[in-house]
Design a protein around this ligand. Structure first.
Ligand code: 5GP
Length: 191
């Protein structure tokens, strides 16, 4: 927890460092690019707000080093549920702004936990006649998976703990952390 930023005081331990994230994103971009060299119309990146916002920004820039060209779309969904668990009942808060018929879609996800949100999202996007739909998820918790979703590109498998940072929040805080870590128990106690 390196540099003594204000948020370091709330972090119990770091799980994935800023440097590990940067290196992994470069690898993921290379793989996704290699698999989409012939993708007509380029790749349509669909970012799932808000957690994937940091990943989307860095991943799109890493892809630019290789090609093909990308366009960006944003969706916001809310999974009914309280606190730190998701229920699988999904409501669209912000839908796609355009028709994705015939497009090569890559869903940019922050984390696959139970897999319930992603499973719903994949069905939704496939029903909109995309040419292909793949998922790139920066994090996955293998021990928490309730529904198997085919996630072709995964950054890191992490322990089944609630994590914050690099886009992931607790009560809308900590998204700006450059790394991913676990909060100290007293942070939950005081909120
Ligand atoms: P799932 O439906 O796979 O259980 O999780 C869906 C969403 O819950 C993720 O996209 C993410 O936004 C949120 N989520 C899952 N696990 C965590 C976690 O450990 N920390 C935070 N901050 N959000 C999480």
């Amino acid at each position: 927890m390196a540099d003594g930023s204000w948020y370091d005081a709330d972090i119990d331990h770091v799980i994935i460092s800023e440097e590990q994230i940067r290196e992994k994103i470069a690898e993921l971009a290379k793989q996704v690019s290699a698999d989409h060299t012939d993708a007509e119309g380029g790749i349509l990146l669909v970012c799932v707000l808000k957690g994937a916002v940091m990943f989307m920004a860095d991943f799109a820039r890493a892809l630019a080093a290789h090609g093909p060209s990308t366009e960006m779309e944003f969706m916001a969904v809310s999974s009914y549920g309280q606190g730190t668990t998701s229920s699988g009942v999904v409501r669209i808060l912000k839908d796609l702004d355009r028709d994705i018929t015939g497009r090569h879609v890559v869903v940019v996800e922050d984390i696959v936990d139970s897999g319930l949100t992603l499973s719903w999202l994949m069905k939704y996007l496939r029903s909109r006649s995309a040419a292909s739909v793949e998922v790139v998820a920066l994090f996955r918790k293998p021990d928490a998976v309730k529904v198997q979703v085919p996630v072709k590109y995964v950054g890191f498998d992490i322990p089944n703990e609630f994590v914050v940072g690099y886009g992931l929040d607790f009560a809308e805080r900590y998204r700006e952390l450059p790394y991913v870590g676990v909060l100290k128990p007293e942070v939950y106690a005081r909120s």
